[in-house]
Write a new protein. Structure first.
Length: 157
């Protein structure tokens, strides 16, 4: 998408979201829109804009969204537990097989971005990254929970 078109779409989206024409809000919106446009322009210049996502991959996004309320409660309980018994180590690192794929393939870039982004949506799990040498998806969980689908919520391995 051309940076100019991005600027217009981002500005229109922001105006719809804020639903006001107060000057401070418009200044904040102008800054956010300029930042978004700069990001798109840099992506175009560096060639990093080639990302492809298969529609079937998005079919499981409801699972990532459904985990959020339970994980908020889980993390809140962990905060209380840490306050009651401070010092006890919490959290665990997890790794699961995940084919890194081609570094230049727009399809593989999109698959990795979805796995990392949606895997980190719920607060109990943060996807650290994907190791290209070992073909592993690395994640941290405050409380170890579930099998591989708890980390790779879309099953993109």
């Amino acid at each position: 998408m051309a940076p100019g078109l991005t600027l217009m779409l981002a500005a229109a989206f922001y105006l719809v979201l804020i639903d006001t024409l107060d000057l401070p809000e418009l200044y904040a919106g102008a800054g956010a829109v300029c930042l978004a446009t700069l990001t798109v322009a840099i992506g175009h210049e560096t060639g990093a804009s080639g990302v492809s996502v298969a529609p079937r991959w998005l079919a499981g996004t409801w699972r990532a969204l459904a985990r959020v309320p339970a994980d908020v409660a889980l993390v809140s309980l962990e905060i209380v537990a840490q306050a009651v018994r401070p010092g006890r180590p919490r959290g665990t690192l997890r790794a699961l097989p995940f084919a890194f794929g081609g570094p230049e393939s727009s399809r593989d870039v999109g698959r990795r971005a979805l796995a990392e982004g949606l895997g980190s949506l719920a607060p109990n799990t943060i996807v650290i990254g994907i190791d290209p040498e070992r073909d592993l998806l690395l994640a941290h969980q405050l409380r170890r929970r579930g099998a591989a689908e708890e980390i790779d919520v879309l099953g993109l391995r």
